[in-house]
Design a protein. Sequence first.
Length: 249
Amino acid sequence: MRAEVRQVADGTYLVHGSSTNWVILTDGDAATLVDTGYPGDRQLVLDSLAQVGSSPEAVRAVLITHAHNDHLGSAAYLRDTHGTPVLLHEAEVPHARREFLQQVSVGTVLKNAWRPGVLPWVVHAMRVGGTEQHPVAAAEAFPDSDGPLDLPGRPVPVHTPGHTSGHCVFHLPERGIVISGDALVSGHPTSRIKGPQLLPDMFHHERDRAVASLDVIEGLDAETLLPGHGPVHTGPVREAAGRAREHAI
């Protein structure tokens, strides 16, 4: 399988992995990697970097929207093998270190196995390491600043708790883009909804906070949404957040 890489703006690439997305931001020879897919997506991550003319050695930092297995997958590998810093919101750092786990349980998944798409999703997740744990012992918090990070793409972390306590989206004001992780997606194998939406309820640590975080996303000035699941969504991000809220009520 080859990673599906789509350029959405100068130096901005959305990559579709086995069923999770990640984003590559480039600036000259340097790059920022946002999320890393499932553990089994490692070769796809490396392939996607090569496709955009980059490499693991060129990645200045790995930014993680949240520390679920399908986003944290290769972060520990990149940190241990290449010394790449792995950065998250301060509330998500202990989650990445696996001091606790805010992820849907096997029991909850089994209770929802009757829902369309759930069993095929479970089978796939198992095949690509969805139940493996790859903690990032050296995970670090973002620098204590409200502005953009000093990294390619100049991403601005925006705390959007609910899916997990330390979930962050990344706003790229200069590029008119929001990288939304799982705070706002455009599709998922277990959802019959098409377009902007929250993930099904079982995936959220605190659903009410996830709904409330749509207000935060709604306030971000951007015309392109790069979600953790589903295709790129074009159009005002505030409208995308509003549509997701309507589905959630």
